[in-house]
Design a protein around this ligand. Structure first.
Ligand code: IP8
Length: 264
């Protein structure tokens, strides 16, 4: 078996997050496909929701734990439609670079319980990788055993699959240089943190907040805590700026680049 790498493409990079109706950022997507092209190991690409997921989730009550069932149910088709459209565009961009890709949407097989993954079959993902295909999956709306339906974040999927499939590398692409000690949009002198481990995690987590915009799934603090939970010796974990050309390529080659590394 080849080493497995999981790359999350942040929704704010592959879509114009504030655009309504949602729009895909084809310029970034085309460049990202070129950077992914030369990677030769097993590869799972996880998409964030961006404009396609978060706006529809927000307007159908997914940010509010008290939302009635009928409102949530009405949100399922538009969220699914938007995420399928986004996944198809990613698939098309990758295929254009000769990367043979299949999309496996979580809605079709994953269930949640109180918002947490309850059942996540990986058989088809494994089979696809073993047959040389690159797998695209994405944040999605999924049925929930206790509360109708809930949003499953791309970050949570990436972390879950890393642990379950014993990935060697997990790279989380965002629109900032990694973790900073303050919100860079509000404080331009926010400092970049190159490494998070058990020694500095409490201090860092107290400073990183949820992301702005219409994000219904938790932002940077949640990303960092989920990644710390799967940090192991010999596992490469990085949060990096996917809007800057060549950083993804450097990380895939395991070369030094600006990012925040997470270690045990
Ligand atoms: O952007 C959210 O995924 P995330 C997915 O990775 C939806 O948190 C459908 C809003």
């Amino acid at each position: 078996m080849k080493p497995l790498t999981i790359v999350k493409l942040g929704g704010s990079v592959i879509t114009y997050k504030d655009s309504s109706p949602p729009r895909i950022n084809f310029k970034n997507l085309t460049r990202i496909a070129k950077e992914l092209k030369e990677y030769k190991g097993d590869l799972i690409i996880v998409l964030g929701g961006g404009a396609h997921g978060h706006q529809a989730a927000h307007s159908h009550g997914y940010a509010n734990p008290e939302s009635p069932k009928d409102i949530l149910l009405k949100g399922i088709p538009p969220i699914r439609h938007n995420m399928s459209e986004l996944a198809l565009s990613v698939e098309t961009s990758l295929n254009k670079e000769g990367i043979l890709t299949v999309t496996i949407p979580p809605f079709c097989s994953v269930t949640l319980k109180k918002g947490v993954i309850h059942n996540f079959p990986i058989h088809i993902i494994r089979k696809s990788l073993d047959n040389g295909l690159v797998v695209v999956t994405h944040g999605d709306v999924c049925f929930d055993e206790e509360k109708t339906a809930a949003i499953l974040s791309g970050d949570t999927i990436a972390v879950y699959l890393t642990e379950k499939m014993n990935a060697k590398t997990i790279l989380i692409g965002t629109d900032v240089d990694g973790v900073l000690d303050d919100n860079p949009r509000l404080n331009p002198s926010a400092k970049h943190i190159p490494l998070i481990n058990q020694k500095n995690k409490e201090m860092i987590l107290s400073k990183t907040g949820p992301s702005a915009n219409t994000d219904v799934t938790g932002g940077m603090a949640k990303k960092v805590s989920e990644l710390l939970d799967i940090a192991r010796k010999n596992r490469i974990i990085a949060i990096f700026n996917l809007t800057v050309p060549a950083r993804l390529k450097s990380l895939l080659r395991n070369e030094p680049t600006i990012c925040t590394r997470i270690q045990p």
